[in-house]
Structure formats: structure tokens, C-alpha cells
Design a protein around this ligand. Structure first.
Ligand code: CO8
Length: 259
């Protein structure tokens, strides 16, 4: 399917969604959220896609936030509907069974940081900048920032970012654990693809089970989380991937999953 505000490509079991409104620094307008939601439904239905990568078109931005020209005219009811729509679309990233890697190539502000935080992890270009500047607009984050940022970096640092609206560099984002890896701009997609390929070469079932166990465990207490892991482990242990992985080890060869 072709879209106006995003590009969707797929190669070697890895899909890439590129936010594609470079003139507006890839800001999230209503149309983009509708198209993103549809694209994520398509990807979720495809058995051949094992990893999803998100990035932004152009050299300047991943996503510079929600589209401020649309935000400026909302009343309370419209604002609630827009926030819910964004939560639904961005929430799909977290709910997607396959892993999602955010390749943050430039500004990731407001909804852009919120999008990246809903991914499983973030690699960033040295030129990237992160922030939740909504407070400067007289707003607060509305696409999950007040919830996912504290879970990612702790409440104190998250509150400082949310209450000041300040931008931080990719290096600072790495230092506080928001970003896994920072690389030169020209190396970003290669690094992301290397990791995506490493994950895509593992068994589909355990990869999905591991993502689900981590995510579900974060919403419950430790004993309940461990119980989730026990069930997920049991579901994997007698499966095709476990047979292949354990046999390959014992036969001193490389495992071949997803054959
Ligand atoms: N929305 C709409 N247009 C934007 C946005 C945006 N978020 N960001 C940039 N643009 C546009 C600019 O207006 C400009 O357009 P034009 O060329 O027509 O004037 C173009 O992109 C280029 O931007 P700049 O000229 O400003 O580029 P600079 O390099 O000078 O600055 C910045 C880059 C620092 C990124 C700057 O553009 C900026 O501060 N952008 C806004 C960042 C921001 O505040 N983001 C948060 C938005 S609010 C949000 O995300 C809330 C999410 C939850 C909403 C829930 C309910 C709906």
C-alpha cells in the first residue's frame, strides 16, 4: 500500500517505516497517525516481517513532535480525541509482536520522543536531539511521554525534562539510558540494520515471547512478572526453534531458524 506521509519498505525480513513530511520536520499530523496505524496493522499481519525499524526522512529530523498547526486550534474534546488517537497508533508499536527499533536521525521532540520511547530500543545519530518541549507550548506530553519516559530513565530525570522542556543531546540521552547506541549520522542505518538482522536471524517464536514477557512484566510486581516468564519459557521450550537451537549447539553447528 502507498501512503502520503510515511514510506514503508521491506528487505530481508525487516520492514522500515520512514516518517515522510520533511518540510514540517516529519511532524505528526492527523493523516500521518491514520497512515501509521494502518501500516502497523499491515505489518502485524505479515508473517515474513521479523523486525520493524522507524526513522525520519531528511537529515534534520526523526519527528519534531505533533503538528503544532493542528494543535493550535483544538478544544478540550478535540484534544482528548487527538491524544487518544496518538496513544492508539503509538501504542501499537509496543503491542506489535515483533521488535521495533527507532533509528533517531535528528530532532525527536514531543511526539517524536514519545514515538521513539514506544519502540523497543533506540539507536541515535550524534546529531539527534531529544526532548519533551510541550511545557513551552503551554501543554504537557500527550502521546505517552509522562508515562514512558519515567519508566525508561526514572521519575526524577523525566520530571526535569518534562518540566523544563529542555532538549538533550544524543550523548546525554545515552548517558541516562534513553538511547542504547550513538553513532555518526552516516553510520546510523547500517548499525540499526546490523542489529535488526541479528534479531531477525533468531527464532520468531522466542523473539516474540521475550518481547512480550519483558513488556508484560513491567506492568506487574516481580513475582507476577516471573510467573509470566515461566509460562512464556514453557511455551518456547518444546517448540521448533528450541529444537533447532539446542540441536545445533549439541551438533556444534550454527542454528538455522525460520527456515
Ligand atoms: N509542527 C508543525 N510544524 C513544524 C513542527 C511541528 N512540531 N516542527 C517544525 N515545524 C516546521 C516549522 O514550522 C518550519 O516550517 P516553515 O518552513 O513552513 O516555517 C519547518 O518545520 C522547519 O522548522 P524550523 O524553521 O523551526 O527549523 P529550525 O531548525 O529553526 O528549528 C526545531 C528546529 C528546534 C525542531 C523547531 O522547528 C521546533 O522547535 N519545532 C517544534 C518542536 C516542538 O515543540 N515539538 C513538540 C510539539 S507538541 C507535541 O509533540 C505534543 C504531542 C502530544 C499531542 C497530543 C494531542 C494532539
Amino acid at each position: 500500500m502507498s501512503y502520503e506521509t510515511i514510506l514503508v519498505t521491506a528487505e530481508k525480513n525487516i520492514a522500515t517505516i520512514t516518517f515522510n513530511r520533511p518540510k514540517a520536520l516529519n511532524a505528526l499530523n492527523d493523516k500521518l497517525l491514520t497512515e501509521l496505524s494502518a501500516a502497523l496493522d499491515d505489518i502485524a499481519a505479515r508473517q515474513d516481517i521479523h523486525v520493524l525499524v522507524l526513522t525520519g526522512a531528511g537529515s534534520k529530523a526523526f519527528v519534531a513532535g505533533a503538528d503544532i498547526t493542528e494543535l493550535a486550534t483544538l478544544d478540550a474534546a478535540q484534544g482528548k480525541a487527538c491524544s487518544e488517537k496518538g496513544h492508539k497508533a503509538i501504542g501499537k508499536l509496543q503491542e506489535l509482536e515483533i521488535p521495533v527499533i527507532a533509528a533517531v536521525n535528528g530532532f525527536a521532540l514531543g511526539g517524536g520522543s514519545e514515538m521513539a520511547l514506544a519502540s523497543d530500543f533506540i539507536y541515535a545519530s550524534e546529531a539527534a536531539k531529544f526532548g519533551l518541549p510541550e511545557i513551552t507550548l503551554g501543554l504537557i506530553p500527550g502521546y505517552g511521554g509522562t508515562q514512558r519516559l519515567p519508566r525508561a530513565i526514572g521519575a526524577n530525570l523525566a520530571k526535569e525534562m518534562i518540566l523544563t522542556g529542555k532538549m538533550i543531546s544524543a550523548a546525554e540521552a545515552k548517558e541516562i539510558g534513553m538511547v542504547n547506541k550513538v553513532v555518526a549520522p552516516e553510520a546510523l542505518m547500517d548499525e540499526v540494520m546490523k542489529t535488526a538482522e541479528a534479531i531477525a536471524s533468531k527464532g520468531r517464536v522466542p523473539v516474540r515471547a521475550a518481547k512480550k514477557a519483558v513488556n508484560e512484566g513491567l506492568n506487574v510486581d516481580l513475582p507476577s512478572g516471573c510467573a509470566i516468564e515461566v509460562e512464556a519459557f514453557a511455551a518456547c521450550v518444546s517448540g521448533k526453534d528450541a529444537k533447532e537451537g539446542t540441536s545445533a549447539f549439541l551438533e556444534k553447528r550454527k542454528p538455522v531458524f525460520n527456515a
